[in-house]
Design a protein around this ligand. Sequence first.
Ligand code: A5P
Length: 238
Amino acid sequence: MQTFKMQNMNKLSQQQIKKRLGQEAAKLIQKGMHVGLGTGTTSHCFIEALAQRCREEQLNIVTTASSKASSNLALQLGLKVVDLDSIGTLDMTIDGADEVDPQKRLIKGAGGAHLREKIVAAKSEELVIIIDESKLVDQLGKHKLPVEIVPFGHECTKIHLEALGVQATWRQDEQHSLFVTDNSHYLLDLRFPSPLDSPEEWDQVIRSIPGVVETGFFFNLASRILIGFADGQIGVRD
Ligand code: A5P
């Protein structure tokens, strides 16, 4: 793993690590690129750093966003944001993640945007993931797996999922109502009895249940991982 050291070796806060990751990722964007924008607090640091670069340099980039929140932020900051279908192939997408294993398999969706994030990632030549070191795991499934669910018959879908031996909890919004995604679906957070030996098998089984739209597993999509450490180093896993 390559690492870039900072001059100042004071401990960084989590927000400072995210900011630094955003700035490092923004340096990867070149003139004229088509860029996919991820979702979440780390991705938002990237969007801010990218917007700053665009203000300072003539980058002439076009972006597309994986959520309404990221689209709104990018537009507010003056980036050009277009619909995914009108942008063609994306040169690079920068996004965060909740868990990353040694094979660069991911769990995403803590922000509820993994369906759109996966569609954007699948259209990208390169998906660069920006995380702090707390997101690194030996095996996926340590925390929750977000699963997007069709509202029709959603309680039946939950019962089918629980029959697999997982604990399933509806994601709620700030008003304690069911969280509704940008795609007008609900979200179940699954907890496994133990970390997963074979996440691909779990993915297949979960996706085979009617009413399941998409899981937060991302396989064979991430090409590069930038890892931020509290001492200011950024590690790169290619
Ligand atoms: C959004 O649904 C997620 O996939 C985020 O990309 C992921 O949860 C990472 O978010 P943070 O950067 O806020 O930790």
